[in-house]
Design a protein around this ligand. Sequence first.
Ligand code: ZN
Length: 222
Amino acid sequence: MPDLYMKKCRCPYCLKETETKRVLSRHIRVDKTDRDGMIHYKGSNVYYYEPVQCTHCRFLFHDTFGKLTTDVRETIATTILPSLPVLPFASTERTADQALQLYKLCLYTAQITRQKDAIQAMLGVRIAWLYRLLENREQELLWTERTVLKYEALYAAYLDPIQAGIPEETLLLRLADLYAVLDRTADARKWYSVIFQSTDVSERIKKEAREHWELYREQHDL
Ligand SMILES: [Zn+2]
């Protein structure tokens, strides 16, 4: 595993330092990027190594997890930890299937510990992408559908980027792109239009949105 190394990180539950495998940044090689932001890697897949299982307490987490409240810590101790499996591959080289298992457990702990919706949605997108890699179109669409609903709820309750955990323009582009992935033309058109007509969205995001919408129209003969 020449392109992997052990990275130290702090477990948000037991607060001890644990180690997890990561891809060395100088070895990261991008093959291509899909319309919705999924990166295809030539070497080791960076996505596989994002979820972390603490080697001390077996809690599963992602780097984006925030601080855990006292009542959440109690729930983890009494109901979560006893049911979490110790996954041997969590500390070794991972396959897409193994990464998928880790992401699902990570999403579960994110829900239980009430992580921001943006974090839960991001984990959902990663799961959809892993199913794309595995060429399981049915599961990919199912997880994309779930995630897009999460992002829509997030947009409906949007106050500011810090509270939401995602910039508003990024959220808008995510919504439009995910509906494009789902081949839902009316919804994709609606969200791309919001971007085109907004005075707050940056030129960079508008340019990306225009490219994505053009590509969608070409592919769907619109
Ligand atoms: Zn721990």
